[in-house]
Design a protein around this ligand. Structure first.
Ligand code: UDP
Length: 346
């Protein structure tokens, strides 16, 4: 027990965080979770224990509370790495509440960097997003594709977060891997953990599963007049279990000092673009049900198409997606059904 490498995970009870905690434990790491439960539930800690047989240490903390953060780092000595997920992520809300987003997402990052520096914890994996590219000028997007102006304050916090990290890693004893996620979807195949949207889902997959569960009358497809093969928007949907494994790889790379630069970035996607209609039809076919949907107007701020060039992740991080659309749509539906086991209204 005592000689396991210890990883601290902020936001470890959230959607991507919880899947990553499971993957870390299964890879032999000891995990310490920090989470303020603002968009997650303590029940997930029990679920992690159900899946792995291990209950990670847990601290309920908001990272804006720097004093408490210092206290946790002085208790949890010998941290091999930190993975930083904790952040607000609702794109629409970020447009209406920029100060809330800049404060939460950036001040918490600054606190974390200060405390890591103080306790000489030198490895950090950062939760970034394809949103840093803005309305990208080239497809597939490469890590070297220049950022366009962010379309939301959420996007700005990810761009600025990366800039803060790059500048800090250039001069301080800290090594950073920033993972730019494309569209995370799906759930753990045990159906013990998955996405728990707060209120009306903003994202496509939880909206689809809630319509299938009879919780919402129908799905609106946001526009079918884009310049794409079927007119609906194209995205790169990545299974959350694959995404979790990219974090395990990144931790190993930093701990083994295999990184080539103090700040490295990787696109984490499948490299394949899928349209909204393709997702709907795969969901219907694989789960043998029919989904009520209608075509509505475009949603403002949506790019017509976005998908990753994943060559860097493959060649340098030695990670690539293993799960496909079938596993995505079946695991998402299985998870939704565990949330409403008595709902038979399909
Ligand atoms: N979308 C949709 N209806 C919905 C939610 C999303 O048609 O109720 C579309 C949206 O226009 C986009 C894709 O699904 O093309 C993925 O949207 P999501 O919000 O999940 O992720 P984004 O790519 O915007 O980060």
């Amino acid at each position: 027990m005592g000689n396991k490498q210890k990883i601290l995970v902020t936001g470890g009870l959230g959607y991507i965080g919880s899947h990553t905690v499971v993957a870390l434990i299964q890879a032999g790491y000891e995990v310490v979770i920090l989470d303020d439960l603002s968009n997650s539930s303590l029940m997930i800690l029990d679920r992690i224990e159900q899946i792995t047989g291990v209950r990670p240490s847990f601290y309920q903390i908001n990272l804006l509370d720097k004093k408490q953060l210092y206290a946790i780092f002085s208790d949890e000595t010998d941290l091999s790495a930190v993975i930083h997920f904790a952040a607000f992520k609702a794109v629409g809300e970020s447009v209406r509440e920029p100060v809330k987003y800049f404060t939460n997402n950036l001040v918490s990052l600054l606190h974390l960097l200060e405390v890591m520096d103080h306790f000489q914890v030198t490895n950090l994996v950062f939760s970034s997003s394809a949103t840093v590219y803005g309305d990208a000028r080239e497809l597939p997007v490469k890590e070297s594709t220049p950022f366009q102006k962010a379309l939301s304050s959420y996007g700005s916090t990810k761009q600025m977060g990366e800039e803060i990290l790059e500048k800090t890693a250039a001069v301080k004893d800290i090594q950073v891997i920033s993972l730019r996620y494309f569209n995370p979807v799906g759930a753990h195949d045990s159906a013990w953990i998955g996405e728990l949207p707060n209120g009306v889902p903003n994202n496509l997959m939880p909206y689809i599963t809630q319509v299938a569960a009879g919780l919402r009358p129908s799905l609106t497809v946001f526009g079918n007049d884009y310049d794409t093969p079927d007119g609906t928007c194209v995205r790169d949907y990545i299974h959350v279990v694959d995404l979790a494994k990219a974090h395990v790889k990144s931790c190993g790379r930093l701990i083994d000092k295999k990184n080539r630069d103090s700040f490295e970035v990787f696109n984490i996607g499948t490299g394949k673009g899928l349209s909204v209609l393709e997702i709907i039809h795969a969901f219907e076919k694989q789960n043998q049900l029919s989904l009520k949907y209608e075509i509505g107007p475009r949603r403002s701020g949506d790019s017509p198409a976005m998908y990753a060039d994943v060559t860097r992740a493959k060649e340098i991080l030695r990670w690539e997606a293993e799960l496909g659309l079938t596993e995505i749509v079946t695991s998402a539906w299985k998870w939704e059904q565990t949330l409403h086991p008595h709902n038979t209204c399909l």
